[in-house]
Design a binder for this molecule. Structure first.
Ligand SMILES: [Zn+2]
Ligand SMILES: [Zn+2]
Ligand SMILES: [Zn+2]
Length: 389
């Protein structure tokens, strides 16, 4: 059930923020609860549990407790996520997830393109300076983007190939297993299955890439003439008339910009485009750095404390493992945080980098809705801003 839209854009921004925070707290609380229950179970002496293990009531209690925890968590998550949904008061279409950012940044419904809070229209869209020759009219752009559709043919082709490869792997398994045991012994035999499954999983995964490539091919004619970004997804271009990657105006007759408060200081597009490029380049380093740290810590502790890898699971195994997981996740978050603070909204001080496309297309902050990019931004230092020949 989508909640009814709050009466103003600012209030909607506040409500979304509050609900996002609640979801985050809930996930954290659940992880802590799960860890606490797991640690408690491991701390109970084995001789207490052993006589109970075969009792039906005990099994029901353990299984029921686990299922109850999961169901409670999922129900809470679905309830909170529904608070992020909203219904357009004009076309009645239901929206969820990232469209909230579109609504905060532009004030218009991504479906019917109308102003949902009836805000006054300003004449010039942001950024007014436009050096990418607009190629489409609003009407042409609408009909072109509606023609791009998900097609099943490219996906099915890859799924059939994955099934055939999987079948061949199944048929070959007995022969390969015999050969494996002969060469490396029976201890490492469990590794054979993932190895055999890998090719068909890879091919099946490739169907997702084929799908996005097919969409890209269909949308070849609706690219930004300046930076050649595909303008198909997100509806940001349809609403703002601008490219979501470089901010250039690509629709000749865009919808008027809606009135919104202006931040105390305004940024140039370059102040967003450069940090965003760096952000994407740096992203893998969070995983690599965190993973390396976690791996080194895990190895050192296990080796230093001389904990055997085999045998019964003890509480300290879980502690060591959770330490490694914390390091891995912490590494990712540290790099992500440091990376995203390169460019922030001068009004609400939240990072603009991960959601740069909303600010670049609309000129406004997707967190608070204030205008953050100057209307007269005519920075020519970016390659994209030199008008195409
Ligand atoms: Zn609508
Ligand atoms: Zn562009
Ligand atoms: Zn802001």
């Amino acid at each position: 059930m989508p909640t009814s839209l709050p009466p103003t854009r600012a209030e909607f921004a506040r409500t979304c923020r509050r609900n996002q925070r609640r979801i985050l707290w809930m996930v954290l609380a659940f992880m802590l609860a799960f860890g606490a229950v797991g640690a408690t179970v491991l701390l109970i002496p084995q001789d207490w549990i052993s006589p109970l293990k075969d009792l039906l009531a005990f099994k029901v209690l353990v299984f029921g407790g686990f299922i109850g925890l999961m169901v409670g968590f999922l129900a809470g998550l679905i309830f909170l996520a529904s608070k992020l949904e909203w219904r357009c008061p004009l076309c009645q279409k239901k929206h969820e997830g990232t469209t909230t950012y579109t609504l905060i940044a532009t004030g218009r419904c991504p479906h019917c393109l109308e102003s949902v809070w009836n805000e006054p229209e300003l004449g010039h869209p942001t950024p007014a300076k436009n050096l990418a020759q607009p190629q489409h009219s609003q009407a042409e752009f609408e009909s072109d983007t509606h023609r791009v559709r998900y097609r099943w043919q490219p996906v099915v082709r890859y799924l059939i190939a994955a099934a055939v490869v999987g079948l061949v792997a199944c048929l070959l398994r007995p022969t390969l297993a015999a050969y494996w045991v002969q060469s490396w012994g029976p201890d490492t035999l469990p590794f054979l299955n993932p190895l055999l499954a890998a090719p068909s999983i890879t091919i099946a995964f490739w169907s997702v890439i084929a799908l996005s490539r097919d969409l890209d091919r269909q949308a070849a004619h609706i690219r930004c003439p300046c930076c050649s970004a595909s303008l198909n997804g997100g509806r940001l271009t349809a609403i703002t008339g601008n490219c979501h990657r470089c901010g250039s105006q690509v629709i000749a007759d865009p919808l008027p910009r809606l009135a919104t408060p202006v931040a105390q200081r305004l940024l140039t597009r370059a102040e967003l485009i450069t940090p965003r490029q760096r952000y994407h380049q740096m992203m893998p380093w969070g995983c690599i750095g965190g993973g390396g740290l976690a791996f080194a810590y895990f190895g050192l502790v296990m080796w230093g404390l001389d904990i055997p890898f085999r045998g019964e699971l003890k509480p300290w195994h879980a502690l060591v493992l959770s330490g490694a997981i914390v390091l891995q996740i912490g590494g990712v978050f540290a790099v992500e945080y440091w990376n995203s603070r390169r460019s922030c909204c001068p009004n609400c001080h939240r990072s603009l980098v991960p959601l740069a496309e909303y600010a670049l297309a609309s000129g406004n902050c997707p967190h608070c809705g204030h205008q953050v990019i100057a209307d007269n931004d005519d920075d020519n230092s970016l390659v994209c801003y030199t008008s195409p020949a």
